[in-house]
Design a protein around this ligand. Structure first.
Ligand code: AMP
Length: 251
């Protein structure tokens, strides 16, 4: 089986986000960027399935500027086989268009499964996997916390839902989105980082895919969250209960 794993380059989750002074977005100049954490989980799951002998090839796909090659290399150092970069001109691309781009790579590569993060931590959209499965008209399993491929190539996916855990069975080709508890991504070892430098990355120009990339969503303004009030230290449980009853707005 062949897996296409989507990895987005985002601001590192440890970085304190700064909003641009003109409120048009967030500052990304001289800011540490990393692979979206849910995408690390997606790569790890594909590598685990490869180690089990279920998957033969892992293609790591990113859509972004040239710098996204670094993110692809991280995926290759974790165990991906080759990469594809769909090169943009640095423009923001909304999930519908990301879905269309992934579909066009899917049509070229014919993978059996596409694994994505459940959400990118920069836009928090949680839409791309769902949109992609609709564009591909294939099965989807979102928020996966366990993935088991059966002998007949159907896949049992356990999903975290409000009431507990739901297990569903899907057929290939399919779209799977990863939840936090699916696995713990490995760190790439130095020898694997060196080996990844030799792995191939195909670069496709976004303008040559013949996709209508008109944005359907316009960002009007980005603002910092309101500053949190400082906390209050109470002396004992009774005063805590008193504050909760009478000053609920202190929290
Ligand atoms: P979102 O719907 O934007 O929250 O993103 C969900 C998932 O879609 C991410 O975790 C990635 O796996 C994938 N994705 C979104 N944008 C990109 C991108 N520019 N390049 C590669 N994958 C992406």
């Amino acid at each position: 089986m062949k897996a296409l794993v989507c990895v987005k380059r985002v601001i590192d989750y440890n970085v304190k986000i700064r909003v641009k002074t003109d409120k048009s977005g967030v500052e990304t100049e001289n800011v540490k960027m990393s692979m979206n954490p849910f995408d690390e989980i997606a790569v790890e799951e594909a590598v685990k399935l490869k180690e089990k002998g279920v998957i033969d090839e892992i293609i790591v796909l990113s859509i972004g500027a040239d710098t996204s090659q670094e993110t692809i290399r991280t995926g290759l150092a974790m165990g991906g086989d080759r990469g594809v970069l769909v090169k943009t001109n640095g423009q923001e691309i909304d999930p519908l268009n990301v879905g269309k781009i992934i579909k066009s790579v899917f049509d070229k590569e014919s993978p059996d499964m596409v694994i994505l993060g459940k959400q990118a931590i920069d836009d928090d959209c949680n839409q791309t996997g769902q949109i992609l499965s609709s564009l591909l008209d294939c099965h989807q399993a979102t928020f996966a916390s366990k993935v088991e491929v059966n002998d007949d190539k159907t896949i049992n996916v356990t999903r975290e839902v409000d009431g507990g855990l739901e297990t569903i069975k899907i057929s290939i080709p399919c779209v799977i989105t990863t939840d936090l508890r699916l696995n713990e991504p490995r760190y790439a070892s130095l020898p694997n980082i060196m080996k990844a430098k030799q792995k191939k990355i195909d670069i496709l120009d976004i303008n040559e895919l013949n996709i209508d990339l008109k944005r359907r969503v316009e960002t009007i303004e980005v603002n910092e969250p309101p500053e949190r009030k400082p906390g209050v230290i109470v002396n004992d449980v009774d005063s805590l209960i008193d504050k909760l009853k009478n000053e609920a707005n202190v929290i």
